[in-house]
Design a protein around this ligand. Structure first.
Ligand code: HEM
Length: 450
């Protein structure tokens, strides 16, 4: 039976399918408008990646059901099958009973006391980075946010265990791995992965490099007998399984560390880059947020206790997560029949949805393409909380959500208290959704001291 024959009947197929490529052209060339357009064809719409049928949910209530109520009837899906082989079986890629057990072990590393320490760390790293920005020089904000987010996650994960070479190894590998694993899942045949073309060689080397560096660091940390430090890695090494009392195996600690590194850098970095692009376009709002921060800490060095008072800054971040949701596409695979929108998706059906498309739906949010942090003061202008899913929902919901919120507020405060950002040109910023997240492409921003 061909993959085509395996597609459930009764699900409308999106227009524009090409004989061999399926819907790859619109998905790769204009992914966000394409995914958004699917809502016009029904709550469940079929697209084809090559010949593989994939079912797109366009109704937010169905997405909520998939992630929460029907979580036990799903696994993570074809991109993660691929990612598991390449990146290991950490939280980001694992599923089922193993995932639940690991999640219980990892979660304490994200409890309040730990987050408080990460807030102090983030404030220190952000202050040092901001003081190095050259005033008046036009520069892209995205790489700056990447460096910052990576430095904070790396330091929170590994504390002082990192040599300059190890840090460089991580820097080189992470961006290549993050773009490459999604691309590989779209290859029509696994044989293509074996071709000795530069993209494959670069990707394989990056995966090997990342695993080697993280292995080294885990072995180093496990061998230290100077007492535990406050790093996430120490917490992972110190955890004991409630039932067996055994520590986590070193290879598993490595997989968890890789998972946290990959899931925790690009997402936060792109959100902050979009936030600063938006604030550069909205100078009055930027001034308002700057005043909010400086009323709490003149130099922008806020602590965990200050964060609830950064209410307007929080609204701006929520609005950024809505309009520029980092994870523009998420997926699951049915392991039991799912009855959605009048059709039956049988076990094995691949199911996909776009949080970005849902967050931009006019049915859920008034004037959805407008950047309007004030809507977070007007519940009528936005979707109910359970349909706002930048961090996902259900038992795969982002384990780093509080970490991310803390980090983003601390970095925003460090920048806004000291600098005014403005666009270097009038060219509008464009969306680049080729990797795991939607990145802003150009224009440059100029930072000036306040
Ligand atoms: C703005 C920042 C972030 C956003 C928008 C975000 C978003 C998400 C989303 C949507 C998921 C669910 C994926 C799914 O259901 O398939 C997820 C899972 C995950 N995130 Fe985040 N994330 C962010 C930051 C972080 C940070 C800072 C860390 C760690 C330091 C992290 C670690 C993880 C991990 C390990 C998972 C897998 C959880 C599981 O399956 O149990 N994330 N994230």
């Amino acid at each position: 039976m061909s993959e085509d024959d395996a597609a459930p009947t009764g699900v409308p197929c999106a227009p524009g399918r090409l004989p061999l490529l399926g819907h790859l052209v619109p998905l790769l060339t204009r992914p966000l408008p394409f995914l958004q357009s699917l809502a016009d064809h029904g709550p469940v719409v079929r697209i084809h990646l090559w010949r593989k049928p994939v079912h797109v949910l366009t109704d937010p209530e169905l997405v909520h059901r998939l992630l929460v109520k029907d979580a036990a009837k799903t696994e993570k899906g074809f991109v993660f099958d691929k990612a598991r082989g390449l990146l290991g079986n950490g939280l980001f890629t694992s599923e089922g009973a193993f995932h639940l057990r690991q999640r219980r072990l990892v979660q304490p590393a994200f409890h309040r006391d730990s987050i408080r320490r990460y807030a102090t760390l983030a404030a220190r790293v952000a202050a040092a980075a901001v003081s190095r920005w050259e005033p008046g020089r036009a520069a892209p904000i995205e790489p700056r946010m990447h460096d910052l987010a990576r430095d904070i996650v790396v330091e929170a994960l590994f504390a002082t265990h990192l040599s300059r070479d190890q840090k460089n190894g991580i820097d080189r590998a992470v961006p290549v791995v993050l773009t490459g694993f999604v691309q590989r899942a779209l290859y029509p045949s696994p044989l293509l992965e074996k071709l000795p073309v530069p993209a494959n060689r670069r990707f394989d080397a990056a995966v090997r490099g990342l695993r080697t560096v993280v292995d080294e660091i885990v072995a180093q940390a496990a061998g230290l007998h100077q007492g535990p430090d406050d790093s996430l890695l120490s917490l992972l090494l110190a955890t004991r399984d409630e039932e067996t009392g055994l520590p986590m195996a070193p290879a598993q600690v490595r997989d968890e560390a890789v998972s946290l590194l990959l899931a925790g850098t690009e997402t936060t970095a792109t959100t902050l880059a979009w936030l600063f692009h938006e604030l550069a376009q909205h100078q009055d709002l930027q001034d308002e947020l700057s005043e909010e921060v400086r009323a709490i800490a003149a130099d922008g060095a806020v602590s965990m206790g200050d964060l609830p008072r950064l209410e307007r800054t929080g609204h701006a971040i929520s609005e950024t997560l809505r309009l520029h949701t980092p994870n523009w596409i998420l997926m699951r695979r049915a392991v039991a029949p799912l009855h959605y929108g009048g059709v039956l998706l049988p076990p094995g059906a691949e199911v996909l949805f776009s949080p970005t498309a849902l967050h931009r739906s006019p049915q859920l949010h008034a004037d959805p393409l407008r950047f309007d942090p004030d809507r977070w003061r007007r519940p009528a202008d936005r979707a109910p909380a359970r349909l706002f899913i930048p961090f996902g929902a259900g038992h795969h919901k982002c384990v780093g959500e509080s970490f991310a919120w803390t980090e983003m507020l601390v970095i925003a405060a460090a920048v806004l208290a000291r600098l005014r950002l403005r666009p270097a040109t009038a060219t509008p910023v464009r969306e680049n959704a080729t990797a795991a997240t939607v990145r802003p492409r150009g224009p440059l921003l100029i930072a000036e001291p306040r």
